[in-house]
Design a protein. Sequence first.
Length: 310
Amino acid sequence: MLWSELNSQMIYYHLNHLKELEAESIFVIREAFAQFEHPVILFSGGKDSIVLTHLARKAFYPARVPFPLMHIDTGHNFPETLEFRDQMARELDAKLIVRSVQDSIEQGRAVEEKGPNASRNALQTVTLLDAIEELKIDAALGGARRDEEKARAKERFFSHRDEFGQWDPKNQRPELWYLFNGRKHTGEHFRVFPLSNWTEMDVWQYIASEKLNIPSIYYSHDRECVQRDKVILAASEHLTLRNGEEKKKMRVRYRTVGDMTCTGAVLSPAENIEDIILEVAASRVTERGTRADDKRSETAMEDRKKQGYF
């Protein structure tokens, strides 16, 4: 077989694979809309929530996305993602709901961590659960994927949460033949994950094929950083330096975004989507391998999720 023929077959398989994932996700999004009364999209301005929102747009086109976007703002988010969040909400003409961790702290609902390892990442759980109760949200659609982390791999498409917002991985409902059971008691809700079967590579290839805009933080740029426990953290006013730590200007980009105090960067020259795809293909570290919050314990993510985390 000629190389050109083999290459054409690979491109066809790649595009067909993305179309299958797209169709599956759109089906899940439409099922959520059909079964729940007050769904929202959890939108941070990160790549996964951008892809999820784009899919929702396709699912209901030419009508508008029929549910609002909601962001839980830690107060320590990257400015680039906040700007992108607001811009995309305007472009979609979508309602944007923002709830602040700072408000939860001031109301005594959450307690600020202290010290050099302090982060507001886990505090988002309190703010999120309060928002779900306040707004009577019965389904929160998120961009989490099973390949990200072992706890996320246990999730169903429709992931049940009890009246306390807690997740029990041993008490999830079967989803044979793509039949989703969204029945719930008063006070319970669901997290819905339409991108469950996507990988990081799938997300980037889809962004490339759909020509989606993403925040500049995903591309290589110069930033003052601190190297801490094999994680490169942004040197911001929210990060308390340890003894002996120094700020250094580095050429970095981010594979995942979240709270600045725990989201690690990677050294990278990738300045476009094609470079990012090649970099991801060669990487032997998962994207959440750069997250300091996941390194607090072996079960850090699962513990947070059981309490109501994203």
